[in-house]
Ligand binder design. Structure first.
Ligand SMILES: [Zn+2]
Length: 382
């Protein structure tokens, strides 16, 4: 049933306030300023959130001339969520508090599980075990967030047809896990989950329209506009990896020709530069720094194709920020400066206003993807 208008607006204001506090703990005055709500309205909503245990007054300090305003913060112990990261040969599971700090994690070797039902059972057992080890009871678990290679249908909770992921094709994974655990479950494709986590807990909330992009075996991407994931007409968002950067290029598995993924993913670089590939993007950057010609050639190739796609994205979504993640983070200064130079030449938008390129705050940490899965759950608990 749809809430009435007043309830709907109150709900929006409540979420807005919680989202501000979780990215930056704030005073009531700052909340009033940022939301445009009256101090009385802020006080009313905050009192409700304090009564619920979701936020608390974090006193800073008393001075001789009076008290400084108290800062409101999210109560990390309000509740806990589980994060599940489904990968091709294993799945990782974590428990995170309400501020999205991972407090326990484990890895399950799913290659030993012959079917989905058994893997779901293993995940549920792992979550129970992690809760118990952390001294938490099952009723403290609010929700489960799952991230998986895309495409996924985040609304129905079904994993569609990611390549090399046949066991999970057309599986209603949120329904299955929710039924076993007795709490709601939500799913996002891993790039969207990472983009959401970066927006809520990282650096991208300074941008109005930002692209999150990562390179691995494919190219993952997501766009966030004014704090909301750009979903498109059916929820599948932005597939920049399958945008064309060479109309005369070979045919991609998606049916298009010359897709970015065929030139700029790490798997493609390894294939294109079979005789020159040093083993990883990190080694490419290390080699280039020490003047290695092969590594410099690979780097220049990456910049050429990636910058073409970034210019397309900047022009399509009027971006003011681009967040590079995962392997791109290693010794990124040169990559950022070269991409920026190309972008300024190629994108009309970047000639009108600055388009900053940054490295994701949480990239490179071993549990950043797992944390992103937990963030997916928290999004739905506010
Ligand atoms: Zn393609």
């Amino acid at each position: 049933m749809k809430p009435n208008n007043a309830e709907y607006i109150k709900e929006l204001n409540r979420k807005n306030i919680l989202n501000i506090i979780r990215s930056t703990p704030s005073s009531r005055a700052t909340l009033a300023e940022k939301t445009g709500l009256t101090r009385a309205a802020i006080t009313f909503i905050i009192n409700e959130l304090i009564d619920k245990g979701m936020v608390y007054d974090r006193e800073i300090v008393k001075s001789s001339i009076g008290r400084y305003p108290t800062i409101l913060d999210i109560n990390a112990k309000y509740g806990y969520v589980a994060g599940v990261l489904l990968e091709r040969h294993c799945c990782c599971v974590c428990i995170a508090d309400f501020k999205c700090n991972v407090i326990a994690e484990t890895t399950i070797d799913s290659s030993q599980s012959p079917n989905v039902v058994m893997t779901i059972d293993h995940i549920a057992v792992a979550i129970d075990q992690l809760l118990e080890n952390a001294g938490l009871t099952k009723d403290m678990l609010l929700a489960v967030g799952i991230s998986s290679p895309g495409p996924v249908d985040y609304k129905s909770g079904v994993i569609l047809n990611p390549p090399d992921f046949e066991m999970w094709h057309r599986i209603p994974v949120t329904d299955l896990l929710s039924r076993v655990l007795g709490v709601p479950a939500y799913i996002e494709n891993i790039s969207v989950a990472l983009a959401i986590a970066e927006y809520r807990y990282g650096i991208s909330n300074i941008f109005r329209s930002s692209l999150f992009i990562e390179a691995a075996s494919g190219i993952g991407s997501a766009v966030i506009v004014n704090g909301k994931v750009f979903r498109g007409s059916a929820g599948f968002g932005v597939e920049l990896g399958h945008s064309c950067v060479d109309v005369n290029g070979d045919k991609c598995t998606c049916g298009n020709h010359g897709c970015l993924e065929m030139y700029a993913s790490l798997k493609s670089l390894e294939h294109i530069f079979a005789d020159k590939w040093p083993g990883s993007w990190e080694k490419v950057m290390d080699g280039m720094e020490s003047g290695d010609e092969d590594c410099t050639e690979i780097f220049n190739h990456e910049v050429k194709y990636l910058s073409a796609a970034l210019a397309n994205a900047a022009n399509s979504y009027d971006l003011d920020g681009i967040i590079l993640s995962r392997d791109f983070a290693h010794k990124s200064e040169k990559l950022i400066s070269q991409l920026h130079e190309e972008l300024t030449k190629r994108s009309i938008i970047s000639q009108i206003h600055p388009v900053r390129i940054e490295i994701a705050k949480f990239t490179g940490t071993s549990n950043s993807s797992l944390r992103a899965s937990a963030a997916t759950a928290i999004e739905h608990c506010l």
